[in-house]
Unconditional design. Structure first.
Length: 296
């Protein structure tokens, strides 16, 4: 029996995707850092503006970049659904969805976060202004954060699929195929807090407990990397700019470790009974992973 030849690695395509993904994430974090001054520790309105504008860059900015990637950069990549989601909302309806979803969630998250920031010792807060970060240490932090976010997302999402809590998550499953803007805005704000804010917040607290100090730029970058993957899972097509650990995607993607990242979550929207994690490994361990082609 003749074995099928393994498809050769498209190295130019691999490095193009690696550069686009990491470049976009770095740009989102850098813009926030350039445009929004670091707030004074005990000035609430400065903390609020810094957090709100930062969220716009890392979340909404990421959505727009995913839309550009899927619609223009990788326009020849087929959609996973034969009837891909068409965002028929007008501008006003999209703004209303954004307000009741992301905006309300951001306000609630900041109301929880700002008191924690104010409780940080002043000398530690000032040390977070230091910019000469070690990229090697940052990658260690990113790996720790990735694992924590994955586990907590899986637990929160699995709980949301229980009958007594499903009302929080039901709105998001109105979309059985995904769109990088509309689907990322189609949440109950409590859903956003449980799946988006809480895992990253706990991840930062764990890093602090482990003795890591994080500059404002590093925190922005950690948020950008985590939320890039979450918003990218709704692109509706298997584009190569949604990877598990983007700094090493030029290694993990040729090895097949980033195969089916978008299909994985798209199947969750279609089947609603599998793939509860944001990445695949928790479901692999739990036996709930399904990346088989599904009629759409």
């Amino acid at each position: 029996m003749t074995q099928a030849k393994k498809k050769p690695v498209d190295w130019p395509g691999v490095f193009k995707a690696w550069a686009l993904e990491n470049g976009a994430i770095l740009l989102l974090a850098q813009f926030r850092y350039w445009l929004v001054p670091i707030p004074e520790q005990y000035v609430v309105w400065q903390q609020f503006i810094y957090g709100l504008v930062g969220s716009w860059f890392t979340v909404e900015g990421g959505m727009i970049m995913h839309l550009v990637m899927s619609k223009y950069v990788y326009k020849d990549t087929p959609y996973l659904s034969r009837s891909p989601f068409k965002n028929e909302q007008g501008l006003w309806d999209t703004l209303v969805s954004w307000f009741w979803c992301n905006c309300v969630a951001n306000v609630v998250a900041l109301a929880l976060l700002i008191p924690v920031i104010m409780d940080v010792p002043s000398e530690e807060y000032e040390s977070q202004r230091v910019e000469d970060m070690s990229w090697l240490v940052f990658f260690v932090k990113l790996a720790i954060m990735r694992v924590i976010v994955d586990v907590l997302f899986y637990v929160a999402h699995r709980i949301e699929h229980t009958p007594s809590v499903y009302w929080v998550h039901k709105k998001h499953h109105q979309h059985t195929s995904c769109h990088p803007i509309a689907t990322n805005l189609n949440f109950h704000f409590i859903d956003i807090l449980l799946e988006g804010f809480l895992p990253v917040f706990v991840g930062l607290k764990v890093l602090m407990a482990l003795g890591f100090t994080n500059s404002f730029y590093e925190v922005s970058l950690l948020f950008a990397y985590m939320l890039w993957y979450e918003t990218g899972s709704h692109t509706g097509k298997e584009i190569p700019t949604v990877s598990y650990f983007p700094p090493l995607a030029f290694i993990t993607r040729p090895l097949g470790l980033d195969d089916d990242n978008v299909l994985f979550h798209d199947n969750h929207h279609t089947l609603n009974n599998c793939n509860y994690g944001i990445t695949q490994w928790c479901d692999y361990l739990a036996g709930s992973r399904n990346v088989s082609p599904v009629p759409r």
